[in-house]
Design a protein around this ligand. Structure first.
Ligand code: TXA
Ligand code: MG
Length: 356
């Protein structure tokens, strides 16, 4: 397959979206930008199309897919009647980076989408290109992140091409995605209760604000990580994810001076062993790490975790491109978007963490 790339920056954007939508309707695979990461889309009703997603990504078939819609009216055909809490959250946070796991309407989507579960994850993305494409396609679109399984999720069309060129029909290039981490996946556990299955673009604080009366079960990250491996809440959470090729370790601790000293020592040791080392640090620590033998990438300021979220996956891919074999990355407090950032870092590091 030759993979067509449509650039949204040029003057043919409208025709390009129509063409991409037509391919989706014909059962082909098309990657597109969302406000979180790029998704790899297929008509959710077609088992043949959806099977193509698993094949192109090399994704285990027991990991269900999120279904994307452009209009709330599409929801009635997909799911069984849902609670007022669900309605309230959709009203407040859609379109946006929130996926709700709801009871599926039997027969509405291919069983491959739900991996045989009786529920389906649904989200209405807020990216204008995604919304236009989904509206033009007219069908519910199953779309996991558009990376090869196990690699960092794509935040640029170039990342999608790197992983999937030749395996899919097209890529809608809308430039860099905004948030840079995937959506928050939630499950409704009662009339006024919900559980976060995967932290993401919508923070716990935003969920509390949208539904102040609701009880929110938000697993504290480090503690839940081990537990998660034993009994995954969400099927996808048990797999190694987002991992760069180099061995990644997280460096935690309240003293910046001690974090720097530890990383400098580790980098020197790696260099002695003939290994190419890299560090991912906040701007505040960048100067101290430069001039040594490490390849240095920065998150942006430690006061701006949104920027760190936006840059994480691209940084992990850049270490791969540079052939970096050992990586030390600073961690952060799990507040706001920091919860999702730490969740992804922990997975990318296989939970390897060093406390200084
Ligand atoms: O931001 C996002 O969510 C991106 C963009 C493209 O929308 N998509 C994405 O999809 O991250 P994916 O397939 O990489 O992750 C979907 C997650 C997995 O952890 C999966 O196990 C979980 O959602 N999930 C999907 N359906 C589910 C269900 N019925 N019950 C529990 N978890 C479910
Ligand atoms: Mg993914």
């Amino acid at each position: 397959t030759t993979t067509k790339v449509w650039r949204m920056a040029d003057e043919h954007a409208e025709e390009s979206i129509a063409e991409a939508a037509e391919l989706l309707r014909r059962g082909e695979l098309v990657a597109f930008p969302t406000e979180t990461v790029y998704g790899l889309g297929a008509d959710a009703r077609s088992s043949e199309a959806v099977a193509g997603i698993f094949q192109a990504k090399g994704r285990p078939s027991d990991n269900p897919l999120i279904v994307h819609i452009a209009n709330i009216s599409q929801l009635d055909e997909l799911v069984l009647p849902y609670s007022t809490l669900a309605k309230q959250l959709m009203g407040q946070l859609w379109p946006g980076p929130l996926t709700l796991v709801l009871p599926v309407q039997p027969g509405a989507v291919s069983p491959l989408v739900t991996a045989g579960l009786s529920t389906v994850g649904v989200r209405m993305p807020s990216h204008p290109v995604a919304l236009r494409l989904l509206a033009a396609a007219g069908c519910p679109v199953a779309a996991p992140s558009a990376n090869r399984s196990g690699r960092p999720s794509p935040t640029l069309a170039e990342h999608v091409a790197e992983d999937l060129s030749g395996r899919i029909s097209g890529i809608v290039d809308g430039g860099a995605t905004g948030i840079g981490l995937e959506s928050t996946v939630i499950e409704l556990t009662g009339e006024q209760a919900l559980r976060i299955l995967r932290p993401g673009g919508v923070t716990v604080e935003q969920l509390r604000e949208a539904a102040p009366q609701a009880e929110i079960d938000a697993p504290a990250d480090a503690a839940s990580a081990a537990e998660e491996l034993a009994a995954p809440r969400s099927p996808g959470m048990k797999y190694t994810h987002y991992a760069p090729k180099g061995e990644l370790s997280i460096v935690q601790g309240s003293s910046a001076a001690e974090r720097i000293a530890y990383m400098q020592e580790q980098v020197a040791q790696a260099a002695n062993a003939g290994l190419k080392a890299g560090v991912l640090v906040f701007d505040e620590q960048a100067a101290a790490m430069q001039g040594g033998s490490a390849f240095v990438l920065t998150y942006g300021s430690g006061q701006q975790l949104e920027q760190a979220a936006h840059r994480l996956y691209a940084a992990l891919r850049q270490f791969d491109a540079e052939g970096v074999q050992r990586i030390w990355a600073e961690g952060c407090e799990p507040d706001g978007i920091g919860a999702a950032l730490m969740n992804r870092l922990l997975k990318a590091a296989g939970h390897r963490t060093h406390q200084v």
